[in-house]
Ligand binder design. Structure first.
Ligand code: 2BA
Length: 109
């Protein structure tokens, strides 16, 4: 068994959730925050049999697109000057950042 952890953009989360559940994947959806942009994103936890991992990855690819996003300058006042960016920059976010990890035990009590 594997646990797929997929960080996706909020805009893609509705379609991805529908698609995964239509294909009988069991999914937990978490509201998360990206460390760099400090804006909301969505993380899916999908526990599935090894044989179904490729299908889940295919659905994630189909439903998540990459987008350009502007990062506004963040004042270093009261914060860490190391992360100060003095001018807006454009970053490409997503489609999805995916980790596939082995599950040692799976229990439902
Ligand atoms: P954020 O950390 O908010 O990052 C958003 C986007 O900003 C990233 O898109 C990347 O294009 C850019 N970025 C991140 N850190 C950067 C840096 N130090 N310098 C310049 N640009 C930087 P993605 O790579 O597609 O990541 C989207 C979201 O996926 C991330 O949101 C984070 O929540 C998650 N993520 C990405 N890589 C991760 C990792 N190795 N571990 C945990 N979460 C990760």
């Amino acid at each position: 068994m594997k646990l797929i952890i997929a960080v996706v953009q909020d805009q893609d989360s509705h379609h991805l959730l529908s698609s995964l559940t239509e294909h009988n994947f069991r999914v937990t959806k978490l509201a998360t925050t990206g460390g760099f942009l400090r804006s909301g994103n969505t993380t899916f936890m999908i526990g599935t049999e090894d044989i179904r991992v490729d299908k889940a990855l295919e659905l994630i690819k189909e439903n998540c697109e990459s987008r350009e996003q502007m990062v506004a300058p963040v004042s270093p006042m009261g914060g860490n000057a190391d992360s100060y960016v003095p001018y807006p920059i454009e970053v490409e976010v997503g489609g999805a950042t995916v980790f596939v990890v082995p599950v040692e035990h799976f229990h439902q009590f």
